[in-house]
Design a protein around this ligand. Sequence first.
Ligand SMILES: C[S@@+](CC[C@H](N)C(=O)[O-])C[C@H]1O[C@@H](n2cnc3c(N)ncnc32)[C@H](O)[C@@H]1O
Length: 289
Amino acid sequence: MNENANVNLCPAQKRPFSALSTGIQYNQIAHEYARYRESDPAAIERLLARSGISSSSRVVEIGCGTGNYICAIQERVGCECFGVDPSTGMIAKARQRNLKVTFSVAPAERLGLPEAAFDLVFSADVIHHVQDRAACFREAFRVLRPGGMLATLTDSEDTIRRRMPLALYFPETVEAELRRYPAIKELEHYSELAGLTILGQEVVEHPYQLTDAESYNKKVFSCLRLISEEAFASGLARMKRDLRRGPIVCVARSLMLWNQRPCEAGPDEDKPLAQPISHDITPACVSPA
Ligand SMILES: C[S@@+](CC[C@H](N)C(=O)[O-])C[C@H]1O[C@@H](n2cnc3c(N)ncnc32)[C@H](O)[C@@H]1O
């Protein structure tokens, strides 16, 4: 089957998003990334609540970078955690952070992990960087145990357009991001091709106050490397001007796509699948279960 059949293509360019590359060199920005980027606490809460993982679970983060998410999960749950990322610089930073997490250098397409061994596999802000997304979902299926869950934290067109502060101060990032992010339907398509069941999707929101422009100044958000220097400088100047008047009210907003590797027939056949998520994309904040 043609893997691009029935896939939503990039609206602006009518070609698969996966053909577009940003060429972000994570080895070069690992130091600044470790210093300024943090996990989204609302996303952590949803990962824990929805997956139901416990201290006896095994969890993998694909594209873990400097370990923001997988370290938080290891510290909260105390389970066996694995972080995988192709950037040696990002993994070096992650290793300095938590000795209880096993980190390795590998891409999403070839995780180098055992089959059917993990209860939860997830990625956060990574799938738009992955060139072969079909292989990424196949690999997630392979390493998940039957009944295990996959969570993909990414952005939809709606969350990209409503990004605050990025869309307000750097509006040029919006079209650039729409060109590089895969449509949610494309991800669903690849997940089904891989044999995963789609459980649903939810919007995760975390309101916060921005008090400092340094993470923007350092361009630790990769979309700031996609716009012209002029557009960047203008947005940064407006952000700094507003910050002099007080904190800027922001909302971290992402879309979480949930999949599950179906349970196998046999001794486990009576084991129920996780409940589907009852709502489709919703602009409202999803309250913890
Ligand atoms: C925006 S960072 C996210 C890091 C981490 N998940 C976080 O939220 O802090 C994107 C990460 O994707 C990684 N990456 C790029 N291509 C990848 C691939 N093919 N497979 C897995 N990870 C990839 C980069 O090395 C980088 O660490």
